[in-house]
Design a protein around this ligand. Structure first.
Ligand SMILES: NC(=O)c1ccc[n+]([C@@H]2O[C@H](COP(=O)([O-])OP(=O)(O)OC[C@H]3O[C@@H](n4cnc5c(N)ncnc54)[C@H](O)[C@@H]3O)[C@@H](O)[C@H]2O)c1
Length: 358
């Protein structure tokens, strides 16, 4: 069930929960907004639109239960008030994507750590202790190349190729901040370690592999695989991700926990390229590009990433609704519609109309 019945009554009677989503105009955030509005909650989004898009929220513009502020979480002067209003805060605002992490290493650390701390401080200082859901990442596992990654395993971050690890370090710091504020000030924190999330509204230009492959396949261009393609990943549809996240948060209203959120089906990047070509009926070939050429420095790739989902399943009974094939098919359909829209000059509208309800 999408809208799990919350056992603890929401603070505001009659109108669902008050949900604040930082980074809510982004890929995962906009799907969370869809979910909570569909559940009858009130949703306030703050986003500086650095990588997010207002059009991701177009369906809700006239909804009286929805509010949007374009602002930077580092400097926004109404953050305290927004946090004070919220029963639950999803903190997703972050500098993301391999290309941005490599190009703007200091910004990654500043935004991701200082933004999280500012939000937690506001939660501490308000009269009410809202639940905080922090977006962490499988990147915190770093070099840990265990077959299956469990929440209690060590986080192994290399000192080589320093800038590449800034994102992981920032997310480890966010986790430590969340745990500290929970222990010291009693703010319940759900720390979600997202593994690769894919689906409608994700953009490829910051280094996300699936939208890039789909765009190349639909145009019959060569699919560019970086570093051989033997590296494996596990992809979870965003429409599953947000349901799992909400279920975790509902289950843990007053507890603090860390949980992997993703899908445990593992696939190599080369297999992924072949799958996308096959699903698209594309004439694309596969072209291998070295990591140095792709990322422009001594880039260390991660060989495998597969989550243990025991904790998520034990806590919530969560089951996935989307296979990777279904997600790819949806993305191919959206991409094709987008191509038609580009020609007609109304790409965004077409994309929205073609998306399946979450
Ligand atoms: N997509 C994934 O596979 C994945 C994997 C691991 C972790 N995550 C984490 O999940 C969260 C959401 O990621 P996403 O994939 O939706 O990326 P995204 O770029 O679509 O979303 C991030 C949003 O934050 C906003 N933002 C950035 N800096 C901000 C600031 N200073 N103030 C206000 N808003 C700001 C952006 O405009 C964007 O809308 C991030 O914290 C990311 O680190 C995502």
């Amino acid at each position: 069930m999408l809208c799990e019945d919350p056992t603890a009554a929401p603070r505001v009677e009659g109108k669902g929960m008050h949900i604040l989503v930082t980074g809510g105009a982004g890929f995962i955030g906009s799907h969370l907004v869809d979910l909570h509005l569909a559940c009858g909650d009130q949703v306030h989004v703050v986003d500086d639109l650095s990588t997010g898009q207002r059009s991701n929220l177009a369906a809700h513009e006239d909804n009286p239960d929805f509010r949007f502020d374009q602002a930077d979480v580092l400097t926004w002067d109404r953050l305290d008030r927004a946090v004070g209003w919220a029963d639950r805060i999803y903190h997703l605002a972050a500098v993301v994507g391999v290309y941005r992490v490599l190009a703007e290493p200091t910004k990654v650390l500043a935004t991701n750590i200082a933004g999280c701390e500012r939000m937690l401080r506001a939660a501490r200082d308000g009269g009410w202790k809202p639940q905080v859901v922090l977006a962490s990442s499988s990147e915190v596992y770093g070099h840990n190349d265990e077959q299956v990654l469990r929440e209690d395993q060590d986080l192994v971050v290399s000192t080589r190729a320093g800038t590449r690890w800034g994102y992981s370090v920032s997310k480890i710091a966010d986790e430590a901040l969340g745990l500290s504020y929970a222990q010291r000030f009693g703010i319940p924190a759900v720390i979600a370690r997202f593994f690769n999330t894919v689906g409608p509204r994700q953009v490829g230009r910051y280094g996300m592999v699936v939208p890039r492959f789909v765009a190349q396949a639909v145009r019959n261009e060569p699919i560019t695989v970086f570093g051989g393609g033997a590296q494996t990943r596990s992809f979870c549809d965003v429409r599953d991700t947000v349901v799992a996240l909400n279920a975790l948060a509902n289950r843990s209203r007053t507890d603090t926990l860390i949980a992997n959120v993703g899908n445990d089906r593992e696939i190599s990047i080369l297999e992924l390229a072949r799958l996308v070509i096959q699903r698209a009926g594309s004439r694309s070939t596969i072209r291998d590009i070295g990591l140095r050429e792709a990322y422009g420095e001594d880039f260390e790739d991660i060989r495998r990433r597969r989550p243990s989902l025991d904790r998520l399943r034990n806590l919530t009974g969560f089951k996935h609704r989307y296979t990777l094939e279904e997600t790819i098919d949806d993305l191919i359909a959206v991409e094709r519609q987008g191509l038609i829209g580009e020609k007609d000059g109304h790409c965004t509208l077409v994309r929205h109309q073609s998306e399946r309800a979450a």
